[in-house]
Design a protein around this ligand. Structure first.
Ligand code: EPZ
Length: 430
């Protein structure tokens, strides 16, 4: 099983190019099947989740041609199935976007329920509520969401909880419904706006994405388009936290600074210098940082996907910090792994009480999920001695060439897949 092995202690320094947003690309790739004309998408992140979704799109019959690692051409005219194999749903949750896309285009979709995952149960009741409000009959048979409609008719939908997935899924189905749909209490994340902009570039009529109320006027059909994905806010934030935790000086390039405001604000609060440029943000970790409190919220609040990475920076900051995870019910599993490295964090339900320590010590740790895995790497890079992070498949689902980008910033880190290779690394770096 592949692992990352690293020797901590170097302050990261230099510039790193940020890739396309995974969570925008997943919605956009699903939406791309809603037309029978050519769709060209670039600035795709070359990560496993994207590659699996492209496989699933091919599997239902669309023609997918990879132009290069970061660009793809899709033509969905040849789609012959409205049901998606469970194999794909088990590998990536975002396969649920096929429900909105297939229901919108073919008025029919059969997609397995996504399983829960390591950060919570993650139901899709709000997605289903939206599809039913548009007139679809939605049943769950043997773990498969069976959604069928004679016609989809616009409706006024209030989401009881702010949900990125439900907002995107309903937006897709409503794009080809008759009449107007209003989504109240909609998610405002940059990737929701990116999917709306993509659908509009295909001829959809969506207004208000990025606000609490999204209005969609259904159209008869969608046409082909060429589109470039926005930069990944969470990949950028991850490198910004790595700069803080290693007291380095890192500039993340090809970003939209506005998308990073809540992260930049918190890094400034703990004492980092944060400089915003046109399409870049520079973070100087400086000396030991000081405490602050974090409460994860839907955008524009502090992102839940940045909670583990920020917790690592706070684990090293002076004073006691409190991190409240308000989005997912089980997103502190990685704290047990951090404790093996000498952190002093008490988890009570969805609150972590962090007493900063001067230094962490390297250890063998396990990545419990994508963002926590990245956070454990940040911890290893700041720690004394060697750290080995296992289960890095989670990390590679959402970070492209993670260890290479970190090495380009001076990190002493390699991907190994045997004890022998790990020993070679230790002999090499001493
Ligand atoms: C998206 O998940 C992201 N994934 C997640 O990123 C991210 O953490 C999350 O949004 C919040 O920003 C993708 O975009 C592929 P939600 P999603 O629906 O859409 C509850 C990563 O690391 N809820 O906004 O599934 C849900 O349980 C991943 O890249 C319902 O109760 O998240 C959660 O508590 C991790 N019923 C809250 O709402 C529903 O029908 C927010 O979930 C849907 C959601």
């Amino acid at each position: 099983m592949e692992q990352y092995i690293m020797k901590g202690g170097n302050s990261l320094a230099g510039e790193v190019q940020i890739g396309g947003a995974k969570n925008a690309a997943l919605g956009i790739l699903a939406a791309a099947i809603m037309t029978d004309e050519d769709v060209y998408i670039d600035n795709l992140p070359d990560v496993n989740d994207i590659n699996v979704l492209l496989e699933a799109i091919q599997h239902i019959g669309a023609v997918v041609s990879r132009v290069n690692r970061h660009a793809v051409r899709i033509n969905a005219e040849s789609i012959h199935a409205i049901s998606v194999e469970d194999e794909y749903m088990r590998r990536i949750r975002a396969s649920y976007y096929f429900i909105g896309a297939l229901l919108g285009k073919y008025k029919s979709a059969e997609v397995p329920l996504p399983g829960g995952c390591n950060i919570g149960s993650r139901p899709i009741d709000l997605h289903i509520k939206g599809f039913r409000a548009l007139g679809a009959k939605v049943e769950i048979e043997r773990g498969v969401v069976m959604a069928h409609a004679i016609d989809l008719v616009g409706s006024h939908i209030y989401l009881d909880k702010v949900s990125v997935g439900a907002t995107i899924n309903i937006m897709m189905a409503a794009s080809l419904a008759e009449g107007q749909t209003i989504i109240e209490n909609a998610a405002k994340e940059p990737h929701v706006v990116d999917v709306a902009n993509f659908l509009n570039s295909m001829g959809a009529n969506i207004r208000g994405a990025g606000t609490d109320v999204i209005r969609i006027k259904g159209v008869n059909r969608l046409h082909g388009t060429e589109y470039s994905i926005i930069p990944d806010q969470i990949e950028a934030g991850t490198f910004m936290c790595a700069a803080a935790a290693t007291r380095g000086d890192v500039t993340v390039r090809n970003v939209i600074p506005k998308h990073l405001e809540s992260i930049s604000a918190k890094l400034k609060e703990i004492g980092c210098e944060v400089v915003e440029l046109d399409d870049a943000v520079r973070v100087v970790g400086g000396n030991r940082q000081t405490r602050t409190n974090i409460n994860t919220q839907p955008y524009p609040g502090f992102p839940t996907d940045m909670q583990p990475q920020m917790t690592v920076a706070l684990a090293l900051a002076e004073g006691t910090s409190i991190v409240t995870e308000s989005i997912f019910e089980n997103r502190f599993k990685y704290v047990d792994e951090l404790a093996r490295m000498g952190s002093n964090i008490q988890v009570e339900g969805n609150v972590a009480i962090i007493s900063g320590v001067r230094r962490l010590k390297g250890a063998q740790v396990n990545a419990p999920d994508l963002r926590a895995g990245a956070a454990l790497v940040i911890a290893g890079l700041s720690a004394e001695g060697y750290t080995v992070v296992d289960e890095i498949g989670y990390i590679e689902r959402g970070y492209e060439h993670f260890e290479e980008k970190l090495r380009s910033l001076g990190a002493v880190i390699e991907k190994v897949d045997s004890q022998k290779e790990a020993r070679k690394f230790m002999l090499k770096v001493g």
